[in-house]
Design a protein around this ligand. Structure first.
Ligand SMILES: CC(C)(COP(=O)(O)OP(=O)(O)OC[C@H]1O[C@@H](n2cnc3c(N)ncnc32)[C@H](O)[C@@H]1OP(=O)(O)O)[C@@H](O)C(=O)NCCC(=O)NCCS
Length: 367
């Protein structure tokens, strides 16, 4: 059975930064309150011409570069997002087209902030089954589009960004060792975005009632998160035959500093084993774990051979954890330049659209 390794990683955040002081100009809040209760100092906000797919493409190309893998070699793309570009088509298909992943299957996965762990686990299982060799997993968000900037309960929390992993098959032991995924739909009401789906399609009334904004019972979510984070970490470690003593790093979902602190206490682990960057990005939902991982790798914190646990929770309710033995890129003699495929992808996409147009024109004439 092949092992599934994380061989590439990339992140991208939009340039504009929104500080707590900026938010204090919009709602009745202040920097000190936000920092005390959440640990957040600032977040990045997408420009008008930036979307989940465009952020994801930047992160994905970087991940492919690290993995030294051409987009044309990808078998599967899974995009986890809480703020997908459309209900359909899948954001994953837009990414597939823009990076030139000519032979990849592509789909979106909806598990809110736990989505990246779920997606990585799905890709790892497909690799271990032997049915695919190379997968791209993405978490990408422009949650700022769904935030009610008049609601101080939620608008302080979220930020935009994307992160991506390349997962590859290898005979070398290690890589993704275990994962657990959980859900509890009885808690569905505590964190929602109701508008635009089949129950509340967009109408004047649905927009007027603010159904297209994130709604949250903050206290309820806080209690849930602190309950499940430690337990899920332990479960995943047990499945991998490890204990907290074997772990070098925990990369938690970056929702709130206090939630991470409580989880660390539960596991009796020092906070300096936790990768924390919620102060600079806020909660980027599916993108938070890969963004934190990429930063930790770039700082030289996570190293080859380290045991790392990813743990997350989110709307649904969903939660999960994954244990990884970090290995890094698969050594190769040949050097590929995934960036160069972007031009090829653009030309290919234009050509396919033109062919479709001509085919449509000819078939109308034949009728
Ligand atoms: C949202 C959250 C930061 C609120 O913190 P809290 O300590 O629970 O705060 P409360 O909601 O109890 O509010 C305490 C007081 O601060 C006020 N308050 C709420 N938001 C405020 C803000 N942004 N600025 C200033 N005051 C605020 C409340 O109105 C309340 O005032 P009152 O005591 O006069 O009624 C916290 O509950 C949280 O982080 N929950 C988890 C959310 C999350 O992670 N969601 C994403 C999951 S993926």
């Amino acid at each position: 059975m092949p092992y599934a390794h994380i061989t590439g990683w990339g992140m991208f955040v939009p340039e504009p930064v929104l500080t707590n002081d900026d938010i204090a100009k919009m709602v009745d809040t202040n920097d000190e309150w936000i920092r005390d209760r959440t640990g957040i100092r600032q977040r990045h906000i997408a420009r008008e011409n930036e979307f989940p797919s465009t952020l994801a493409v930047e992160a994905s190309i970087k991940a492919l570069q690290v993995a030294n893998l051409a987009p044309t070699e990808l078998d599967l793309i899974i995009c986890a997002s809480s703020s997908p570009e459309y209900i359909f088509p899948a954001t994953a298909c837009l990414i597939q087209d823009q990076i030139g992943a000519t032979k990849a299957g592509a789909f979106d996965l909806s598990a809110a902030c736990s989505g990246f762990i779920y997606a990585t686990n799905m890709a790892a299982q497909a690799i271990r089954s032997g049915s695919i060799k190379n997968a791209l997993v993405i978490g990408t968000e422009t949650l700022s589009r769904f935030v009610n900037w008049k609601d101080r309960n939620t608008c302080i929390l979220f930020g935009d960004g994307a992160g991506a992993f390349v997962i590859q098959a290898s005979e070398r032991p290690g890589g993704i060792l275990s994962a657990v995924m959980h859900s509890d739909g009885s808690g569905a009401d505590s964190l929602t975005l109701l508008g635009g789906g089949a129950r509340y399609p967009a109408t004047e009334a649905s927009v007027h009632e603010g159904k297209h904004f994130i709604q949250m019972d903050g206290k309820e979510v806080f209690r849930f998160a602190t309950r499940v984070m430690g337990r899920a970490t332990q479960e995943s470690l047990e499945l991998a035959g490890l204990t907290t003593n074997d772990v070098q790093w925990i990369v938690p979902h970056q929702a709130n500093y206090r939630i991470i602190e409580t989880a660390a206490k539960y596991l009796k682990m020092p906070l300096d084993k936790y990768i924390i960057n919620v102060d600079r990005y806020g909660n980027t939902s599916t993108a938070s774990i890969p963004i934190a991982t990429v930063e930790a790798l770039e700082k030289g914190q996570i190293k080859s051979g380290d045991k790392v646990v990813f743990v997350g929770f989110g709307a649904g309710l969903t939660w999960g954890a994954m244990t990884v033995e970090w290995t890094g890129p698969i050594p190769a003699k040949r050097h590929v330049y995934p960036k160069r495929y972007r031009l090829f992808a653009r030309l290919r996409s234009l050509l396919l659209r033109a062919v479709r147009l001509i085919e449509g024109f000819l078939s109308r004439r034949e009728l």
